[in-house]
Design a protein around this ligand. Structure first.
Ligand SMILES: Cc1ncc(COP(=O)(O)O)c(C=O)c1O
Length: 415
C-alpha cells in the first residue's frame, strides 16, 4: 500500500479519540503495541456505554417499562448491526453474543461437539491454533473419543494446504482454523479450508479474533459454519464476543447454558427453547457491552475496514523491514504482504522475550512477551517465548522507530 493511503487514514485525528494514548510513563509517552491482546477504546465507545448507564440502563426482554424497552431494542438491534458488519445475511438469528472468542469456541464444542462427536470422528485443527481453539477441541476429543489432527505449517509459517487436503477426509467432522495467527501474523486461506471441509461434509469453525478487527470480513463469502471474534480486540469493550453460526446448524444444536431468557415454556417437568439467538444467551446478557460493540463497529466502519487493513499492512511491513535488517533478530511468520496481518513476532538473540518486554516498558513501549497462548506452536518454533509488537489504527511509523531504538537499548544492556 502506498504512503498516500496510509496518510489517508488520518492517524492524528484518530489518536485524539483515544484518551489513554496520552498517558506517560517515566516522562515518556505511551507507545502501545499490544493490540493483538487488547485494543484501546475510543471516546465514541466510552460515551455510548456511559450514555447507556446514564440514560437507559435496565434488564432486557423482561420489563414493559420504558427503560427496559429502550435497553431491549438497543440490545436486540446490536445483533442486527453485527450481522450486517460481518455479512451474515441470515441476520440476528445467526449472531450469538458470548463473553469472548474463547466462549464462542466452547459454546460450539459443548453444544455441538459433545453431542455429535464419537470414536472414529476426527477434528482437524492447525498447528497455529490459539489455545482457545486448541485446548477446547483437544478436550472435546478426549471426552468423545474423537481424534485430533493438525494441519502442518511450512518453514515460512504458512499452512501446508496439501497436507490439509490429505488429512481432511470423510472421517473429519469439524475443521477449526484460525483466520489470522496471533503469533505468526499469517492470514490463512480460510475459504479454501472451508471448501475442503465441506467437500467431506465436515463443519468449519473459523477463529476470527485477529481478523475482524482489521480487515473486511464477509462470513457468507467465507461460507464457514461458525465464525468467532472478540469486542475488546476491535476498539470495543471487554466482556463481549460474537459467535456467528449458520441458522440451520444453530437451530439443530442443543443450548449451551440453561436458565432465564433462553426458554419459551417451562413446567416442573420440561422446558422448551427460545428462538435464535436467545436460545444461546441465558441470563442477563452484556447489554452495555453490546451497545459499546455497536459504537466500535460504527467507528471502524467510518474509518473504513479496507483502509484499516492497508494501514496495518503498511505498519507491519515497516516493522518487519526494520527488524529483519537486524542480524540479531529472528522474526516468525511470512514476509510482509497480503497474507501477513498487522503484527510481528520475534526474538532478540541472547535476550529473553520477557526481559526485552521489560526494557521496552522502561521506555513506555508496551509489547507482549510469552507464548501468546500458542505453546505447541512455540515448541515447534523451538523457542519458549517470543516478543510481539502488534499494531492498530492509531499506531505510527515513529512508534515503530521507538520500538527499534528500545531494542537497541536492550541489546546494549545484555551485551
Ligand atoms: C487468534 C485468537 N483466538 C482467540 C483468542 C482469544 O480471545 P479472547 O481472549 O478474547 O477469548 C485470541 C486472543 O488473543 C486470539 O488471538
Amino acid at each position: 500500500m502506498s504512503q498516500q493511503n496510509l496518510e489517508a487514514l488520518d492517524v492524528g485525528t484518530i489518536r485524539e479519540a483515544f484518551p489513554i494514548l496520552q498517558r506517560e510513563f517515566n516522562g515518556e509517552q505511551l507507545v502501545y503495541l499490544d493490540n493483538a491482546a487488547t485494543t484501546q477504546t475510543p471516546d465514541p465507545v466510552i460515551d455510548a456505554m456511559s450514555d447507556y448507564y446514564r440514560e437507559y440502563n435496565a434488564n432486557v426482554h423482561r420489563g414493559i417499562h420504558h427503560l427496559s424497552q429502550e435497553a431491549s431494542i438497543a440490545y436486540e438491534e446490536a445483533h442486527d448491526r453485527v450481522a450486517e458488519f460481518i455479512g451474515a445475511s441470515g441476520g440476528r438469528e445467526e449472531i450469538v453474543f458470548t463473553k469472548n472468542t474463547t466462549e464462542a469456541e466452547n459454546l460450539v464444542a459443548y453444544a455441538w461437539g459433545l453431542n455429535e462427536l464419537g470414536p472414529g470422528d476426527e477434528i482437524v485443527l492447525t498447528e497455529m491454533e490459539h489455545h482457545a481453539s486448541l485446548v477446547t477441541w483437544q478436550q472435546i476429543g478426549k471426552r468423545t473419543g474423537a481424534d485430533v489432527k493438525y494441519i502442518r505449517i511450512d518453514d515460512d509459517g504458512r499452512l501446508d494446504m496439501d497436507h490439509a487436503a490429505d488429512i481432511i477426509t470423510d472421517d473429519t467432522a469439524m475443521v477449526s482454523a484460525v483466520h489470522v495467527s496471533n503469533t505468526l501474523g499469517t492470514v490463512n486461506p480460510v475459504s479454501d479450508l472451508v471448501d475442503i471441509a465441506h467437500d467431506h461434509d465436515a463443519l468449519a469453525f473459523i477463529d476470527g479474533a485477529q481478523a475482524v478487527p482489521n480487515r473486511p470480513v464477509d462470513v457468507d463469502a467465507i461460507d464457514a459454519d461458525f465464525y468467532a471474534f472478540s469486542g475488546h480486540k476491535m476498539a470495543g469493550p471487554t466482556g463481549i464476543g460474537v459467535l456467528y453460526g449458520k441458522q440451520a446448524i444453530l437451530e439443530a444444536m442443543q443450548p449451551y447454558l440453561y436458565g432465564g431468557d433462553m426458554i419459551t415454556k417451562v413446567t416442573y417437568e420440561e422446558s422448551t427453547w427460545n428462538d435464535l439467538p436467545w436460545k444461546f444467551e441465558a441470563g442477563t446478557p452484556q447489554i452495555a457491552e453490546a451497545v459499546g460493540l455497536v459504537a466500535a463497529i460504527d467507528y471502524l466502519e467510518d474509518i473504513g475496514m479496507d483502509r484499516i487493513e492497508a494501514h496495518e499492512e503498511e505498519l507491519a511491513r515497516y516493522a518487519y523491514e526494520q527488524l529483519a535488517a537486524d542480524p540479531d533478530i529472528e522474526i516468525y511468520g511470512p514476509e510482509p504482504g497480503p497474507d501477513r496481518g498487522g503484527l510481528v513476532g520475534f526474538n532478540l538473540t541472547g535476550v529473553h522475550a520477557h526481559d526485552l518486554a521489560s526494557i521496552m516498558n522502561d521506555h513506555a513501549v508496551a509489547i507482549r512477551a510469552g507464548d501468546h497462548c500458542t505453546q505447541p506452536l512455540h515448541d515447534k518454533l523451538g523457542v519458549a517465548a517470543s516478543a510481539r509488537a502488534s499494531f492498530y489504527i492509531y499506531n505510527t511509523k515513529a512508534e515503530i522507530d521507538e520500538l527499534v531504538s528500545a531494542i537497541d537499548d536492550a541489546r546494549q544492556l545484555f551485551a
